[in-house]
Design a binder for this molecule. Structure first.
Ligand code: CP
Length: 315
């Protein structure tokens, strides 16, 4: 079914990324608008979430839409055996757009193929998290003034972390140099390294995590070890605290370097790092509101010009 869904960032052109970032910038200037008056946004979260669900719902509310949905599939008729297909078809009867997180890789793609309304992938298993990527790109642009030619260090769970997979793909347009820092058990999967090779993206792999390794970073992208994706919890216990960013490690880093993290944080960034001007993860999460306002509007066919000329803004 042909709709304006957002399933993966891999489909998105450079022009489209820059267009959505400009739209997000408009929403940062003025978040409260009534541009979606009369619309209904559904948030279907089959996996836990704090930021993604709440920022999608805040985005919809601040744009004048109504929100329906669930944060826990245990309270739905899925527990009685209803399939994902039937759930999507039902909710399509009620809402104008569905923002969905699901534990199965490919669930968002499947939903987009059957739904008569747009689907926004709010994370599918270890696969993709395109709305996170848009807010990450917005944050990188905001802090670096450019997306081009940056040294991006990804640290932690590069195997299961869908945010790093999406970000890697989106950055293909901007000539990045990646440094992947992970233990053997959590290395960047071969399919993404093959992708880098095909796209001409430079990368280096490391196991050590120290001041010397990160001194040339423009962006230090920390990630949580994704406990929920391990089949062997003993293995999780072995790797869960493998890298912890401490404040003294930041001495000698570039002045422009910023620390990002998709959050939630568990133990991978010491709390005293929060006081550093390099810590940018809470502002990053705030940017999720503007990025998701842009995504919802774009999927509903509202253009950047519509947003710029929005008559509902109080000037
Ligand atoms: N970054 C992110 O996806 O956070 P949540 O799991 O809280 O939505």
């Amino acid at each position: 079914m042909e709709t304006r869904s957002l399933v993966t960032i891999a489909d998105m052109s450079k022009e489209k990324i820059m267009y959505l970032l400009e739209m997000a910038q408009e929403f940062e200037k003025n978040t409260n608008r009534k541009i979606l008056d009369g619309k209904v946004v559904a948030t279907l979260f089959f996996e836990p979430s704090t930021r993604t669900r709440l920022s999608f719902e805040t985005a919809a509310n601040r744009l004048g839409a109504r929100v329906i949905g669930f944060a826990d599939p245990k309270i739905t008729s899925g527990t009685k055996g209803e399939t994902l297909k039937d759930t999507i078809m039902m909710v399509s009867n009620y809402a104008d757009i569905i923002c969905m997180r699901h534990f199965l890789e490919g669930a968002a793609r499947y939903a987009s193929e059957i739904a008569p309304i747009p689907i926004v992938n709010a994370g599918d298993g270890a696969n993709q998290h395109p709305s996170q990527t848009l807010l990450d790109l917005y944050t990188i642009y905001q802090t670096q003034g450019t997306l081009e030619n940056l040294n991006i260090y990804m640290v932690g769970d590069l195997k299961y972390g869908r945010t790093v997979h999406s970000l890697l793909m989106a950055m293909r347009h901007f000539n990045p140099t990646f440094h992947f820092i992970a233990p053997d058990e959590l290395k960047m999967p071969d399919e993404y390294k093959d992708y880098c090779q095909r796209m001409g993206i430079k990368y280096t792999e490391h196991k050590d995590f120290n001041t010397e390794i990160i001194k040339d970073a423009d962006i230090l992208y920390m990630t949580r070890v994704q406990k929920e994706r391990f089949t062997d919890l003993m293995e999780y216990e072995r790797v869960k605290d493998v890298y912890i960013l401490k404040k003294d490690m930041l001495e000698g880093c570039r002045d422009n370097m910023k620390i990002l993290h998709p959050l939630p944080r568990v133990n991978e960034i010491a709390y005293d790092v929060d006081e550093s001007p390099k810590a940018y993860y809470f502002q990053q999460a705030k940017n999720g509101l503007y990025a998701r306002q842009a995504i919802i509007c774009d999927c509903l066919g509202i253009s950047l010009d519509d947003v710029k000329n929005d008559p509902t803004i109080l000037k």
